[in-house]
Design a protein around this ligand. Structure first.
Ligand code: NAD
Ligand code: UDP
Length: 327
């Protein structure tokens, strides 16, 4: 039986592929390499280069991979600011991709899917921490597209015997513990990789976006989840579905928040570097605080975040030092 990993050459997908293989799963990967890297997955993995929206290509892949026990779906465009400028492109890829995948799964009678949703589906929540009952009110096309994907899955699972788990990640960080794979986005926008590029002197400094938020030190607070913990949740979710678990959604974070300045200080400690910084203006659309209430994932999936921010930064630092220019 095979786990088909869609978007398996991306940052998170490539870690899922590596960890699935380590845990004895047979794995095949689909990716159009729009943001992913072939080098991020082992050469021995069966790899299908193509777009999930391309129905003929996807059906051909399902035909060849006859024995799919479940799909892990990581394909998406996922930059909030880009989505504000190009909403239609986001709905096309994220929602269009989802449509094609669900139809193909139905046609080939593939029963289970675990997929990447996001804290961005919650928008600017009034209460913290954020649980599964917190209203989802996205404030950008990226979050909206992911909420639409959740809804498509929900209706499809009601109408057929397909079951799904939506995992709403908070801020994903880290890399494989040996530093062999990690985050390699062409236009990096995320806090931790930018901090580490500054530590490596690839940038002069990091600008922290705003210190007038309603938080103790004035900078935004986020909940970081380590890559190994995140992939562990995917494997647990797949096993849960295979064991007959019903379709469900889970918020995934460490349930602990760090301010942007705390992240910077931790990175200075872990890397032993100065990491010059300056304070800048707010970035549009940043909520003050996003912290996950992940108790449901613990209760239902038996999952718990194990690794803290230091481990995430330390592993990402190993990756950054050994791959200063990505793959
Ligand atoms: P990524 O861009 O590194 O990975 C996405 C992968 O999907 C890439 O390899 C890309 O080439 C591929 N892809 C995109 N569209 C495709 C298509 N139409 N057909 C085939 N392949 C396609 O991003 P990531 O950070 O690894 O994120 C993975 C998923 O997790 C995304 O769905 C994202 O929305 C979600 N997510 C990420 C974070 C985070 O902090 N990185 C947080 C919440 C949710
Ligand atoms: N951030 C920052 N400087 C940067 C990049 C990000 O101050 O160069 C802040 C950003 O405003 C937010 C936090 O870091 O408060 C996390 O942002 P990131 O883009 O990593 O993830 P997001 O929370 O947007 O998913």
């Amino acid at each position: 039986m095979t786990v088909l990993v869609l978007g398996g050459a991306g940052y998170i997908g490539s870690h899922a592929v590596a960890m699935l293989v380590e845990n004895g799963y047979d794995v095949a990967v689909v990716d159009n390499l729009v943001t992913g890297h072939r080098e991020a997955i082992d050469a021995s993995i069966r790899f299908y280069e193509g777009d999930v929206r391309d129905r003929a290509f996807l059906e051909k892949t399902f035909e060849i991979e006859k024995d799919i026990e479940g799909v892990m779906h990581f394909c998406a465009y996922s930059l909030v600011s880009e989505s504000m400028e190009k909403p239609v492109m986001y709905f096309d890829n994220n929602v269009g991709g989802c449509l094609s995948i669900l139809e193909t799964m139905e046609k080939f009678d593939v029963k289970h899917i675990v997929f990447s949703s996001t804290a961005a589906t919650f928008g600017m929540p009034e209460k913290s921490p954020i649980s599964e009952t917190t209203p989802q009110r996205p404030i950008n096309p990226y979050g909206e597209s992911k909420l639409m994907m959740e809804k498509m899955m929900a209706w499809q699972s009601q109408a057929t015997d397909m079951t799904y788990v939506a995992l709403r990640y908070f801020n994903v960080a880290g890399a494989k513990a040996d530093g062999s794979i990690g985050e390699a986005h062409q236009h990096e926008t995320h806090l931790i990789p930018i901090i580490l590029q500054t530590a490596l002197k690839q940038r002069d400094d990091i600008t922290i976006f705003g210190d007038d938020y309603k938080t103790p030190d004035g900078t935004c607070i986020r909940d970081y989840i380590d890559m190994a913990d995140l992939i562990d949740a995917h494997i647990k979710a797949l096993e849960y579905l295979k064991a007959g678990g019903k379709s469900d959604q889970f918020n995934l974070g460490s349930s602990k928040g760090y301010s942007n300045l705390e992240v910077l200080e931790t990175a200075r400690r872990v890397t032993g570097q100065d990491i010059p910084s300056q304070m800048g203006d707010r970035r549009l659309g940043d909520p003050d605080e996003l912290i996950a209430d992940s108790r449901k994932a613990t209760q239902v999936l038996g999952w718990q975040a194990k690794n803290g921010l230091e481990t995430m930064i330390s592993n990402a630092w190993k990756w950054q030092q050994s791959h200063p220019n990505g793959y």
